[in-house]
Ligand binder design. Structure first.
Ligand SMILES: Nc1ncnc2c1ncn2[C@@H]1O[C@H](COP(=O)(O)OP(=O)(O)OP(=O)(O)O)[C@@H](O)[C@H]1O
Ligand SMILES: [Mg+2]
Length: 230
């Protein structure tokens, strides 16, 4: 299958600073970055270098002070909250370091909850949630609550939740930060599988350079700047 290499996300001269007790922290310092559709990108760098800030700005969770962020052809650096929440709901799947599951819902319900409330029929929602859980090899735990799952299983549920609405882009901020090495490999391989099979663009932020090998593109950050793109 040919990979469509159109531009998916582009950051142009993006700056963001934080002011804290008189000090200015340049969290993003003239960042330029292009992410192609279907790419698997690993962004890595030491703690505090601006990785989470970059991910938030690229997905419209946060605004840059200056510069442009073109997401699927649209400058979102100045978009309205309404527009941004629609964009996130339709085109983006998030995977969180701490899983972010709802403790009172089962794995299946956690995945389904992305599509509530919706015009879809409940049987359709369930079918799609079951398909997503099957994709991440977690169907055997569909009726388990988060406390009844291992860390790796919880992150698989988090991954299923991120793909149920078939997003164009998956953004993952330290998705394996709370996992043992075996689960870490498994989650990275699942992200790779989703990337390959569905042509989903994947951005993984990590401070672990061991995970760089998963990337088609490896972005190294330091002190709010992009040091290299390989
Ligand atoms: N809301 C905020 N107010 C003030 N400073 C902030 C804020 N958020 C982040 N920073 C600072 O901006 C810099 C970049 O933070 P960021 O969270 O993007 O780093 P990171 O690379 O994701 O780090 P980590 O690997 O620890 O998650 C850090 O120096 C941080 O202290
Ligand atoms: Mg971070």
């Amino acid at each position: 299958m040919p990979i469509d290499m159109d531009t998916m996300i582009e950051a142009i001269d993006v700056n963001k600073e934080y002011r804290r007790a008189g000090a200015i922290i340049r969290a993003l310092n003239d960042v330029n970055l292009t992410i192609k559709s279907g790419e698997f990108v690993v962004i890595h760098g030491p703690t505090g270098c601006g990785k989470s800030t970059l991910l938030n700005v690229l997905s419209g969770l946060d605004f840059p002070d200056s510069g442009k962020v073109i997401f699927d052809g649209e400058n979102i650096a100045r978009a309205t909250e309404d527009r941004l929440s629609r964009l996130r709901r339709m085109k983006i799947g998030f995977v969180f370091q701490d899983f972010n599951l709802i403790n009172t819902l089962t794995a299946l319900e956690n995945v389904e909850s992305v599509l509530w409330p919706t015009v879809l029929r409940s049987s359709e929602i369930e079918d799609r949630a079951i398909a997503a859980l099957r994709d991440v090899n977690l169907l055997n735990r569909k009726d388990h609550f988060p406390v009844q799952m291992s860390g790796g299983e919880k992150q698989k549920a988090g991954l299923a939740r991120a793909i149920i609405h078939r997003p164009r882009v998956i953004l993952a901020d330290e998705p394996t930060g709370n996992l043992d090495p075996d689960s870490e490999q498994e989650i990275m391989k699942l992200l790779k599988k989703i990337n390959k099979e569905n042509d989903t663009t994947v951005l993984v932020v990590t401070h672990r350079h061991q995970l760089s090998s998963f990337g088609d593109k490896i972005v190294k950050m330091e002190d709010g700047k992009i040091k290299s793109v390989e």
